[in-house]
Design a protein around this ligand. Structure first.
Ligand SMILES: Cc1cc2nc3c(=O)[nH]c(=O)nc-3n(C[C@H](O)[C@H](O)[C@H](O)COP(=O)(O)O)c2cc1C
Length: 183
């Protein structure tokens, strides 16, 4: 076994800072609210996202109660998880820096959206994958509250370009790297 990268010494680090060593997270756009014309809705960038169950398919997103969107996630029965390609990196950054309190992010970014097929919240049709989630649980984990959603309807591009999937690690947007081994 070659472990050239292990230099034999590790420093103790602050556990909060050590979380930055956790490899890249996928970045998604979470949309919530009323997907119909004129409804109250919002979209925000989220990296705290994980698959929690394959069957039924359950995903969780971690939302800070300090976000303007929090109340919408808390009160709505559903939300959507939309997987952007790297071509949407500017829009993703915008939705992670601007607040729906001040701007209509859908309008400002020109993001195409539609009401979900099985949920009331909007889906972002410009994204490669749209996962419509019905809220099934809520977990207060610390400075983020996790909303768990069962995927009740999903649409994705045929042959989704995996090399375009957008990742985020400690302040840097990335794409996924080379395949080094098959299972
Ligand atoms: C790359 C990136 C990832 C983010 N991930 C999260 C996250 O996982 N959870 C969260 O609560 N905020 C996250 N944020 C911050 C929110 O997206 C940001 O505060 C946003 O402006 C909130 O929108 P709102 O004010 O319309 O609710 C992230 C921001 C960026 C740029």
């Amino acid at each position: 076994m070659h472990l050239e990268h292990v230099m034999g010494h590790k420093n103790e680090v602050n556990p909060i800072l050590a979380c930055r060593a956790f490899p890249a997270y996928p970045v998604i756009l979470a949309a919530v609210g009323d997907g119909k014309e004129g409804g109250v809705r919002n979209v925000m960038t989220v990296v705290l996202v994980h698959m929690l169950s394959f069957n039924p398919p359950v995903l969780g997103i971690g939302i800070s109660p300090t976000r303007y969107s929090f109340n919408l996630f808390d009160t709505c029965d559903d939300f959507s998880i939309n997987v952007p390609s790297k071509d949407l990196v500017e829009e993703v950054l915008y939705c992670g820096q601007k607040s729906g309190k001040d701007v209509d992010k859908f309008e400002e970014c020109g993001l195409a959206f539609a009401k979900g097929k099985k949920i009331s919240s909007p889906i972002i049709t410009d994204c490669m994958v749209n996962l419509e989630c019905k809220k099934v649980n809520k977990i207060e984990a610390g400075d983020h509250t996790w909303f768990l959603g069962e995927v009740v309807h999903a649409e994705m591009e045929e042959n989704i370009p995996k090399e375009k999937a957008l990742m985020y690690w400690a302040g840097e947007f990335r794409v996924i790297g080379d395949i080094i081994r098959r299972r």
